[in-house]
Design a protein around this ligand. Structure first.
Ligand SMILES: *Cc1c(COP(=O)(O)O)cnc(C)c1O
Length: 460
């Protein structure tokens, strides 16, 4: 008999004990699990996760922002089964395959014009690493080897490997590794919560763009790129800002010869209401004749991960502008981009991404999401008007608000109470956010709002 393989169906308690004895969980102080137990998940269906005792939880955070069309989506499952019977993996250096070619072509057609080539990585942080290296290498290939520095927004998050941490401005993730990181400069975030009283989100974004210009003016000779989370800074607590900032950032980066890297790892794939957040970049309402027009902008690099596979498999993509690609195309090997990961362009992951894009097209998802967002905004009226709720905000399929609470450990308490109420919420500090799978129904949105209200009342 094998002692760690019980012949009965495992219980929550079995799984919990075995997990604590063998698994080192991410983003966790393991000792906390003594007072706030792990949730063992046996299966998933749609927006629901089920534990081993059939208690179910509404996944309001799409399992760390990755899930788009529900757990165990039948269409993605079918595509993956088919791929599994055909080709599970082949290396991408010296070889190619159908799913990676088709995915690259389709992304090129869907993304802002000019992003001609897709480079693949395994997760979001590797996409950030790739973009930073490609940007600096581009400048080196162009005779400007001195351009090796980067800037990001205050409270930015671009991943947690060492290179990505250098452009991540979250002290909790960074401080222990300060000695290992070449810390890069930040510029003010256009997060509208920081606007002066009476100042519009747009005016504040333009004021922050003026600070960006000052920084570029002084440092452009050493700067390779400005990396930014378009429209919503996720890990900062769903900080939202006016799209005029994106358009200004594009103009300024062009003016000062600095690349613009759009990290759409969290906000891409329809999350902000358009397939890519960059599409919403807009001119200032003061620029005559362009008022309010959603003109969009093409970044030099566009990073995708999280939702790209519908939340099924790790995959990331760095889309690069044609001019950048051309700067690497030469006879000498060393001018090429020699970066790789073992699973670069994995066929199963690419196939999941293709199935995800099929669902976007077949179900007219972006239009359907607009109706869902309008419904949730109405259904959430009692939450918006709650005396403890501040800064209610919404962009596409992301909602967030701050809760007035005396508890220093609000996030942990709220998470634990919500679980008791059958809801997976994962507050960032005192910010509660919803980032549900797009398949959420009206009834499920009512459940989401009702259980959140109940949880907040219990905490008050
Ligand atoms: C999640 C995230 C990353 C990192 O992705 P991982 O897959 O967790 O490495 C980078 N940038 C943004 C904006 C993210 O939300």
């Amino acid at each position: 008999m094998i002692p760690h393989m019980p012949d009965h169906t495992p219980t929550n308690a079995d799984l919990l004990a075995r997990s604590l004895s063998a698994v080192w969980h991410p983003c966790s102080q393991m000792k906390r699990y003594e007072s706030f137990p792990l949730v063992p998940v046996a299966r998933g269906a749609g927006v629901w996760l089920y534990d081993y005792e059939s208690k179910r939880y509404l996944d309001a955070v799409s399992s760390w922002w990755v899930n788009l069309f529900g757990h165990c989506n039948p269409r993605i499952n079918t595509a993956l089964r088919d791929q599994l019977e055909t080709l599970e993996h082949v290396m991408l250096a010296g070889f190619t395959h159908g799913p990676v070619v088709e995915l690259s072509e389709r992304l090129r057609d869907l993304a802002p014009a000019g992003l001609g080539h897709c480079f693949y990585g395994s997760d979001g942080a590797s996409a950030t690493e790739i973009a930073l290296k490609m940007s600096a290498h581009y400048w080196r290939n162009s005779g400007k080897a001195g351009k090796t520095q980067f800037i990001s927004l205050e409270n930015s998050y671009h991943g947690e490997t060492l290179g990505a941490l250098s452009v991540t401005d979250v002290a909790l993730f960074r401080d222990a590794y300060g000695a290992l990181i070449r810390q890069q400069a930040t510029v003010p975030s256009p997060d509208w919560r920081n606007a002066d009283a009476g100042e519009s989100a747009e005016a504040y974004a333009l004021r922050c763009a003026a600070s960006l210009e000052q920084h570029l003016l002084q440092h452009h000779a050493r700067l390779a790129a400005f990396i930014i989370e378009p429209l919503v800074q996720g890990a900062a607590g769903m900080a939202m800002y006016h799209p005029v900032y994106l358009r200004r950032a594009r103009q300024l980066c062009d003016e000062y010869g600095v690349h613009l890297i759009a990290d759409e790892i969290a906000v891409g794939m329809g999350r902000t209401g358009t397939l890519f957040a960059c599409e919403q970049a807009t001119a200032s309402s003061h620029d005559k004749g362009m008022a309010g027009e959603g003109l969009g902008m093409t970044p030099d690099f566009l990073l995708l991960s999280k939702g790209i596979t519908g939340g099924y498999l790790p995959l990331s993509v760095v889309m690069a502008r044609d001019e950048i690609y051309q700067a690497f195309y030469a006879d000498e090997a060393a001018r090429g981009f020699l970066h790789s990961h073992s699973y670069t362009g994995n066929p199963l992951a690419c196939r999941a991404a293709l199935a995800t894009l099929d669902i976007f097209a077949q179900d007219n998802v972006l239009a359907a999401n607009r109706c869902k967002a309008a419904y949730l905004n109405r259904a959430a009226q009692p939450l918006r008007e709650h005396h403890a709720v501040r800064n209610w905000r919404n962009t596409g399929m992301i909602w967030a608000f701050e809760v007035d609470s005396p508890h220093r450990d609000f996030a942990q308490r709220c998470f634990a109470l919500a679980l008791q109420n059958g809801l997976l919420l994962r507050p960032v500090g005192k910010t509660v956010y919803f980032m549900p799978p797009y398949v959420i129904s009206h009834e499920e949105m009512d459940v989401l709002v009702g259980r959140t209200l109940h949880t907040i009342n219990q905490l008050a």
